[in-house]
Design a protein around this ligand. Structure first.
Ligand code: F6P
Length: 323
């Protein structure tokens, strides 16, 4: 192996740049040439590559987004798309690729590397934290802290107006972001996509809170199948609860941007370094992760969402603490 490629794919996540920096510098330290692949698998099919060196990743450790840009490519899912990508990699003499992304990114990498002789290693980068094989994904810590900051701000205005707020957070079809930002933000209720929401139960608990002199309340709602779930739930609650004026805030893509936290930068640096080391030791089709402070390599086919679930005990903790 002489030359490696790096790409970022799927939803961007704060800390991806710190990971790119770590990969480029670790690779060059170990005498590997590095090519940046632009726009994920789209750029891989088009041969949109750029040479990278230690100085091309200067001053990016603190920047959100990804300097390599990201995309979700439908064409790469086809055999023709993969053949195109293989030809482009071979033409540029790239022997191995490190992909930074989530579940969909690794699925693509797995299929591709099974079909063609390109070594692939993945680093988990998504605000959703929904991958099996790592305690935390790159971007999650920043995402929850961005959501938390917004919840704190909304709490001020909710309290001033005696209102009930439904705050919708991202997370794909996983509730990690909602659960942590909800507990950290002291939410009265947290609605996760993994568990059924009882509207009767929610209304009873909000009424109970009102009777216990809560002048305002916050319900954190995880999106489900895209944005808008909080609007729907708020409308149903509005018809049956007249104790509070109700408002809805959908936080949206604000959770994906911004300066990565220190935890995300350190995690991204570790995982970037470890993904190069994994390639050097001949690993293929694995995701690097940290579990209980230890490095863990997980085969792509296991590093999936749905192999992890939000912790029901934490949900119970949130319920009791909203008393
Ligand atoms: O996977 C990251 C994520 O931000 C999810 O939380 C969200 O459901 C999705 O991406 C949004 O994707 P897009 O930016 O394509 O609308």
């Amino acid at each position: 192996m002489k030359k490696i490629g790096i790409l970022t794919s799927g939803g961007d996540a704060p800390g991806m740049n710190a990971c790119i920096r770590a990969i480029v510098r670790t690779a060059q330290y170990n005498n590997l040439e590095v090519m940046g692949i632009m726009r994920g698998y789209s750029g891989m099919m088009e041969g949109d590559f750029m040479e990278m060196g230690p100085r091309s990743v200067s001053n990016i450790i603190h920047r959100g987004g990804t300097i390599l840009k990201s995309a979700r490519s439908k064409e790469f899912r086809t055999k023709e798309g993969m053949e195109k990508a293989y030809k482009a990699l071979k033409a540029a003499n790239i022997d191995a690729v490190i992909v930074i992304g989530g579940d969909g990114t690794f699925r693509g990498a797995n299929e591709f590397s099974n079909l063609f002789d390109i070594q692939m290693v993945g680093a988990p980068g998504t605000i959703d934290n929904d991958l099996f094989g790592t305690d935390f994904t790159i971007g999650y810590d920043t995402g929850i802290n961005t959501a938390l900051d917004a919840i704190d701000k909304i709490r001020d205005t909710a309290h001033s107006h005696n209102r009930l707020f439904f705050i919708e957070v991202m997370g794909g079809d996983a509730g990690f972001l909602a659960l942590w930002s909800g507990i950290g933000g002291g939410a009265e209720a947290i609605l996760l996509p993994e568990f059924d929401t009882s509207i009767d139960g929610l209304i009873d608990s909000l009424k109970g809170g009102y009777e216990r002199q809560k002048s305002s309340s916050i319900v954190v709602v995880a999106e489900k199948g895209g944005a808008g779930r909080a609007i729907h739930i708020a409308n149903v609650v509005k018809d049956r609860l007249d104790q509070y004026e109700i408002r809805v805030t959908i936080l949206g893509h604000i959770q994906r941007g911004g300066t990565p936290t220190c935890s995300d930068r350190v995690l991204a640096s570790q995982l970037g370094y470890e993904s190069v080391m994994a390639l050097l030791s001949g690993e293929n089709r694995v995701m690097v992760g940290i579990v209980n402070k230890e490095l863990k390599l997980t085969p792509f086919e296991e590093a999936k969402k749905h192999h992890v679930k939000a912790d029901k005990n934490l949900l119970e903790l949130a319920r009791v603490l909203s008393f």
